[in-house]
Write a new protein. Structure first.
Lengths: 112, 332
């Protein structure tokens, strides 16, 4: 089959996916075209909902985007920070440890 | 089956599954209400909701990125409809089963969630941004136990059915996983089944994993600025995704039909298996969405991370280990 990408255990056909995705998006656009596309521009309809208060003006800054991740995964980040000691020897120890685990996994799994 | 034939068949299949997903949503809401001693809406309510949303104004917020804001619902519905071609439905092989395996499906499952995230980020609403961040964190969290489960399946298939495509759904339809293991391995599979149900709950964004929307806290989160036909498209995408996720669980854990037991053949066998598939889909949706929504309150986002990274991952590793021990013992 032309274009089918095959590995030792899996396969997929990117062109087939693109064709299916394109037809599915066209179908979604047709469904969407049945809906009402109007609204009153320049009115308070367009002001973001902020529980009755005035929402902050402008777009959300990219610097704010990380806050949610740091808050939700605070314990993980705290653990990661402890690992980042700044001492090269520590990083080399980690590198060797990860290499050993990966080699052991490859040897036990029989490799590709 | 050629790609052109598949594309022609895909439209009626997509519309059928869209209708099916909306009806299952109605059943889910009705059952959930009955379990809380309420009457609940009619089963066809989601169809009425869609009709109403299509008639409503389609508001684009002032500081949003308009083209991205409007494109994301279309991509969300498109990507979930495309997924239908890769998963076994109604007891039949997937239409594009030879064009993509389980790993492809796993990656494609990320697209609808990513469209929600992008839609939230470009909404210019503080609530939507918080919701989008929570959705991203939830995605990062459930991917780990999900990956372990899929790896366990592929490894089991590669050992028990050498030479077969380890990541293909057809491998598990031909030889159900339950027949590949003995008692210890079956215990491992039961644990993985439970993990997949919990992961599916998160993928559906159902309570208790709906922190990204959380109407009572962040007013709908990443969907707070969506209205009209854009919101209708997201709603339809979530209905189709429900069918897709249920079908993935059925393909992996419950690929059995009833036609063989009933001694049916031909069209009657296909009809019986399709009916049985709908029953299994209902059972999976009930376990992954209806029951937890009624029984468990919403978790905080930190609790969701802990649930997936600690409890679900530990359970998945235990399941994988049990299967590994079972295979090694059988080999000896």
């Amino acid at each position: 089959m032309t274009g089918l990408l095959v590995t030792s255990s899996g396969y997929w056909h990117p062109l087939a996916w693109l064709a299916v995705m394109a037809s599915a998006v066209i179908l979604a656009l047709i469904i969407r075209s049945f809906g009402n596309n109007r609204f009153r521009k320049g009115t308070d309809q367009q002001v973001p909902f902020y529980s009755g208060n005035r929402a902050p003006e402008g777009r959300i800054k990219s610097s704010n985007l990380y806050w949610g991740f740091f808050t939700a995964m605070e314990k993980y980040f705290r653990w990661l920070r402890r690992l980042h000691t700044g001492i090269v020897n520590d990083y080399v120890y980690w590198f060797v440890l990860v290499m050993v685990i990966m080699l052991a996994a490859v040897m036990l799994g029989g490799g590709p | 089956m050629t790609l052109t034939t598949v594309l022609l068949m895909s439209v009626p299949l997509a519309l059928l599954c869209l209708l099916l997903g909306l009806i299952y949503k109605g059943i889910d809401r009705r059952l959930g209400a009955r379990m809380q001693a309420r009457t609940g809406p009619p089963v066809m309510q989601p169809l009425r909701d869609i009709r109403k949303l299509m008639l409503k104004e389609n508001i684009v917020p002032k500081h949003a990125v308009p083209w991205l804001f409007s494109l994301m619902p279309v991509v969300a519905l498109g990507s979930t409809l495309a997924l239908l071609m890769y998963v076994p439905l109604f007891g039949q092989a997937p239409l594009l089963g030879s064009y993509g395996d389980m790993v492809s499906v796993l990656y494609m499952l990320l697209i609808p969630s990513l469209t929600l995230v992008i839609g939230g980020f470009v909404s210019s609403s503080p609530y939507a941004v918080v919701g989008a961040q929570r959705e991203m964190v939830t995605m990062i969290s459930y991917e780990f136990p999900l990956a372990i489960t899929i790896v366990a399946f592929a490894w089991l298939a590669s050992v028990a059915a050498p030479g077969s495509a380890a990541f293909a759904f057809s491998t598990f339809s031909a030889v159900p996983v339950w027949s590949m293991t003995s008692i210890l391995g079956s215990c491992g599979l039961i644990i993985l089944f439970a993990v997949m149900i919990v992961v599916t709950s998160g993928e559906m964004g159902a309570v208790p994993f709906d922190a990204a929307e959380a109407e009572t806290e962040i007013a709908g989160g990443l969907l707070s600025e969506y209205s009209g036909r854009n919101l209708a498209l997201f709603y339809m995408a979530s209905a189709v995704k429900m069918v897709v996720l249920g079908s993935v669980i059925i393909a992996l854990f419950l690929p059995f039909g009833i036609s063989g037991y009933a001694g049916l053949e031909g069209m009657a066998a296909q009809a019986a298996d399709a009916g049985f598939f709908l029953l299994k889909l209902f059972a999976v949706i009930f376990a992954a969405s209806t029951f937890p929504r009624v029984a468990v309150p919403r978790l905080r986002i930190t609790q969701i991370v802990k649930m997936y990274w600690v409890y679900a991952t530990a359970a998945a590793i235990i399941g994988l280990t049990l299967i590994g021990i079972d295979v090694l013992v059988e080999a000896i």
